[in-house]
Design a binder for this molecule. Sequence first.
Ligand SMILES: [Zn+2]
Length: 287
Amino acid sequence: MAVNMITQNKERVKNKSVLLFSGGMDSVIFDKLLKPDVLLYINSGADYERQEKNCLEQLIKNKFIDKKKLIILNNIVNLSQFERDDKIVPNRNAILMMIASLYGEILYLGSVSGDRSFDKDEKFYKLTKKLLDHMWEEQHWTEKREFKILSPYKNTTKTELVKKYLELNNNPEALFISFSCYEPKCITPPILSMWQYFPIIKHIPCGQCKPCFRKWVSLINNDIQIPNDYFYQEPWKSKWLKDVLPLIRLNKWRGKEDKDIWSALEKQRGFNIKKIAETLALDIIKK
Ligand SMILES: [Zn+2]
């Protein structure tokens, strides 16, 4: 139905809280912790959105999100031509926040400790609130709307976030369905059947991009059993990791999150040593 741009009355306060929902792990957790009225998914033409949409369908099918709360906006913005090689779309969050403001006054754009972009930090939240409050002053076409932009988990690491999620008895399986990978790998059907959530998705997380790595850190630190074929390649073997290891050791890569990364790598090292020991022991027994 076409939207009638000329309204009879003034725009009203919506009294709703809105979470910009990507289908990524953080947004799935924020939904459970913050309980927003609206989950807003805006299709902005990014390369990885096909997988995100499959993930939304799976989350709904498995009842991990409430379909009634979900609003999917297609063909509103297409930012694909601005997507950089590293998948960053400059100003993306600012544009999405402006759209979110049309649905409610309490806006959540989930950010966690370790996020480094300036369009997710506290200053961005404060400036956006100021801008929105100004644009929605009472005037001939609207009553006054006052915004709150909240980011209660900005000092919480992903590992701590997953812990909170599990403490509330939420299902860890939803975290496997959630999708944040920048470079999903297409998998042929015979391998697909090994993993129950991917027959429809047909793409699996690469395991090598930063979002995959950070997700792996938070899962392993919370002792969540990651299926062998969940990541296309093992995140702890990411090629770029050796370049940032010295920074991680000094807590200078992602601040508070560096400790979590270190602990996950130590845990993995422990698994590897145990595995080598077991293989050696088996070899000795066989001899
Ligand atoms: Zn990835």
